[in-house]
Write a protein that binds this ligand. Structure first.
Ligand SMILES: CC(=O)/C=C/C=C(C)/C=C/C1=C(C)CCCC1(C)C
Ligand SMILES: CC(/C=C/C=O)=C\C=C\C=O
Ligand SMILES: [Fe+2]
Length: 557
C-alpha cells in the first residue's frame, strides 16, 4: 500500500499517490447532501445528521445533479453521502400488483475514510439498499452494514483491517510481526460484508464477502446489523466463495484450502450454523487453488472450477498491492473443471479446459442422451477471454476517469462442456456471438426455478460501446443465441435480478429489478418485463446511487 502520511491538523491519513484524487473528492463532497463525507472529522456538529432517517417525502436529501453534471466522476463511483435513509418513492409506470416482497442489494458503497480514498471497487464499505414492493407502492432505503471493519474505521478515522486491496499502515517493525500473526489467525482480515446478500432457507438474511468472518446477519426490514453469522463447525479456514448456492433446503459453498491446494465442498441445512463436508477436490495444477468467487451446481453435481487465476499467499503478506492483488495468473498451471456428486462426494469428472477468467458462473445443467443418461455437464459463466485486465479496470481511478474511450475488455457467455465419459479434456466456447451483447458480460442472474436445470434465459450487464464498464442490461436467449438490450446514455445499471411471477409457467414470466446510477448524479430503481425486456416502471431515488453488486429477494410472508 502507498505509505500513508498523517495530517496532524485533522488526524486523517492521506496517501501521497492519492492526494490529488482526494482533493478533488473533498471539494466535490463539500456542499453536497449533508455537506460532509462520512468519517470526515470527529466532533463535527453535522455528524448527528448522518444517522437521521427520513421517512417523509423523498426530497429530503438534496440530489447531486448540479454538482456532478458534466463531471467525470460518475455517481456510481462516488461514496454514498449518508449512513442511512428510508422513504417512499414516486413510481412512474406500474409495478405489478403480484410483486410483493423486498429486494435487497449489497455492494461496496463507501470508498473513503476522511480524505483517504480507497483504490479498488471491491474495497468499499458495504451499503445495503432495500426496495420494498407492496401493492404497487415502493418504499426504498439504504444503510451501511455495521461490520467491525466499518465501525473501527469510523472510530479511529483510519483503515484497521485488510480489505480487498487496502492494507492498514503499520507504525513499526514490531507491529509488522504482530500483523503477520494476525494475518495467519485471520484477525486482521476484513469482515466488511460487501459482496452479496442471501436469504437462507430458515429466513435469516446474511450479507457476505470472501472472508468467512464477513458473514453478517441483517434485518431485511430495518436493515439493522443483527450480528455475526458464526459457523459452529470446526472446518476452519479463513475464506470461502462469495457466492454460496442458497435454496430453501440447503446452503452449498466451497472452502479453498491454501495450505494443501484444494477445495472442501460443504453443505449447511436451514436452521443450522454447521457446515458438513460433502467431499474434497485436490487441485491439479499450480501452487495454490484457483480463485472461487462463485461456482455452479446441477441437480446432482457440484462443479468446482480450478481457474488459473490463483490465490497467492505471498501477495497476501504484501503491504503494497500487486497487479493482481491477492491473486496470481498461472497459465502454465492450466485450468480445470471438477464435477462432484452431491450425494456421495465422489468426483465423477475432472477435465482440463482452456484457460479462463470468470467471477460469475451463471447456471449449469446435465446434458442427457435419448435414454436419459447424463453424458455431459454444461456450465455457463461470464468469461473475460482468459484476460485478467478486468481486475485492473475495476480500480476506482480507472472507473472514475472515463473520457469516452472504449476500454472495457471484451467478455462473453463462456460455456463449458464437461464430458462424463472419462475424457481428459472439456471444451469452452462462446454460447452466443458476444457482439449480441456488445462484448460486455458480467453480473448475471436467471430464473431460480431453473437452478441446475436446462434453462433458456440469462440476464446480465452487457456493453454499448465505447464504455469503461458494463452499461446495458441484456437478456440472453441461449436457445436462439440472441440478446435483447436495454440502454440509457450515461447510465450504470446494477445486476438485473429476476423475480418470477407467482404461478408462472414460462421461464421468463417475471420482472427484472436493477438500480441505475445516472450520469447527472441521480439514481432510480428500474423494473423491466422479463419477457419483452421493456421498461414497466421506474422510481427515482432522492439521491444518486453508488454502484452495487448482488441482491436477493425476500418474498412477503
Ligand atoms: C466485493 C467482491 O466482489 C470481492 C471482495 C473480496 C474480498 C473482500 C477479498 C478479500 C480477501 C482478503 C481480505 C484476504 C484474503 C484473500 C481475499 C479473500 C482475496
Ligand atoms: C462488477 C464486476 C465486473 C464487471 C466487468 O465487466 C465484477 C464484480 C465482481 C464481484 O462481485
Ligand atoms: Fe460476485
Amino acid at each position: 500500500m502507498a505509505s500513508l502520511a498523517f495530517s496532524a491538523k485533522i488526524g486523517r491519513c492521506i496517501s501521497p499517490s492519492n492526494a490529488m484524487v482526494s482533493d478533488q473528492y473533498e471539494s466535490k463532497r463539500k456542499g453536497l447532501s449533508f455537506g460532509k463525507g462520512i468519517f470526515a472529522r470527529k466532533n463535527d456538529p453535522r455528524d448527528s445528521l448522518v444517522t437521521k432517517v427520513a421517512t417523509q417525502a423523498p426530497t429530503v436529501i438534496p440530489s447531486l445533479e448540479k454538482e456532478l453534471a458534466g463531471d467525470r466522476n460518475h455517481v456510481a463511483w462516488t461514496s454514498v453521502q449518508q449512513e442511512r435513509w428510508e422513504g417512499e418513492l414516486v413510481v412512474e409506470g406500474e409495478i405489478p400488483l403480484w410483486l410483493n416482497g423486498t429486494y435487497l442489494r449489497n455492494g461496496p458503497g463507501l470508498w473513503h475514510i476522511g480524505s483517504y480514498n480507497f483504490r479498488h471497487l471491491f474495497d468499499g464499505y458495504a451499503t445495503l439498499v432495500r426496495l420494498h414492493f407492496e401493492n404497487g407502492r415502493l418504499i426504498a432505503g439504504h444503510r451501511q452494514i455495521e461490520s467491525e471493519a466499518y465501525k473501527a474505521a469510523k472510530n479511529n478515522n483510519k483503515l484497521c483491517y485488510r480489505e480487498f486491496s487496502e492494507v492498514p499502515k503499520l507504525d513499526n517493525f514490531l507491529a509488522y510481526i504482530g500483523e503477520l500473526a494476525n494475518l495467519f489467525s485471520g484477525a486482521s482480515l476484513t469482515d466488511n460484508a460487501n459482496t452479496g446478500v442471501v436469504k437462507l432457507g430458515d429466513g435469516r438474511v446474511v450479507c457476505l464477502t470472501e472472508t468467512q468472518k464477513g458473514s453478517i446477519i441483517v434485518d431485511p426490514n430495518t436493515l439493522d446489523t443483527l450480528g455475526k453469522f458464526e459457523y459452529s463447525d470446526s472446518l476452519g479456514g479463513l475464506i470461502h466463495s462469495a457466492h454460496p448456492i442458497v435454496t430453501d433446503t440447503e446452503f452449498l459453498t466451497l472452502l479453498p484450502d491454501l495450505l494443501k491446494p484444494g477445495y472442501l465442498v460443504v453443505r449447511m441445512e436451514p436452521g443450522s450454523n454447521e457446515r458438513k463436508v460433502i467431499g474434497r477436490v485436490d487441485c491439479r495444477g499450480g501452487p495454490a487453488p484457483g480463485w472461487v468467487h462463485s461456482f455452479p451446481v446441477t441437480e446432482h453435481y457440484v462443479i468446482v472450477p480450478e481457474m488459473p487465476l490463483r490465490y497467492c499467499a505471498q501477495n497476501l503478506l504484501k503491504a503494497e498491492p500487486t497487479p493482481l492483488y491477492k491473486f496470481e495468473w498461472h497459465p502454465d498451471s492450466k485450468g480445470f473443471m471438477h464435477v462432484m456428486c452431491k450425494a456421495s462426494g465422489n468426483i465423477v469428472a475432472s477435465v482440463e479446459v482452456p484457460l479462463y477468467v470468470t467471477f460469475h458462473f451463471i447456471n449449469a445443467y446435465e446434458e442427457k442422451d435419448e435414454d436419459g443418461r447424463v453424458t455431459a455437464i454444461i456450465a455457463d459463466c461470464c468469461e473475460h477471454n482468459a484476460d485478467t485486465t478486468i481486475l485492473e479496470r475495476l480500480r476506482l481511478q480507472n472507473l472514475r476517469a472515463f473520457m469516452g474511450e472504449d476500454v472495457l475488455p471484451d467478455a462473453r457467455v463462456g460455456r463449458f462442456i464437461i464430458p462424463l465419459d472419462g475424457s481428459p479434456y472439456g471444451k469452452l466456447e462462446a454460447a452466443l456471438d458476444p457482439e449480441e451483447h456488445g462484448k460486455g458480460m458480467d453480473m448475471c442472474s436467471f430464473n431460480p426455478a431453473y437452478l441446475g436445470k436446462k434453462y433458456r434465459y440469462a440476464y446480465a450487464c452487457g456493453a454499448q460501446r465505447p464504455c469503461n464498464f458494463p452499461n446495458t442490461l441484456t437478456k440472453i436467449d441461449l436457445f436462439e443465441k440472441k440478446a435483447k438490450n436495454w440502454y440509457e446514455e450515461g447510465a450504470v445499471p446494477s445486476e438485473p435480478f429476476f423475480v418470477a411471477r407467482p404461478g408462472a409457467t414460462e421461464e421468463d414470466d417475471g420482472v427484472l429489478i436493477s438500480m441505475i446510477s445516472e450520469k447527472n448524479g441521480d439514481g432510480y430503481a428500474l423494473l423491466l418485463d422479463g419477457s419483452t425486456f421493456e421498461e414497466i416502471a421506474r422510481a427515482k431515488f432522492p439521491y444518486g446511487l453508488p454502484y452495487g453488486l448482488h441482491g436477493c429477494w425476500v418474498p412477503k410472508k
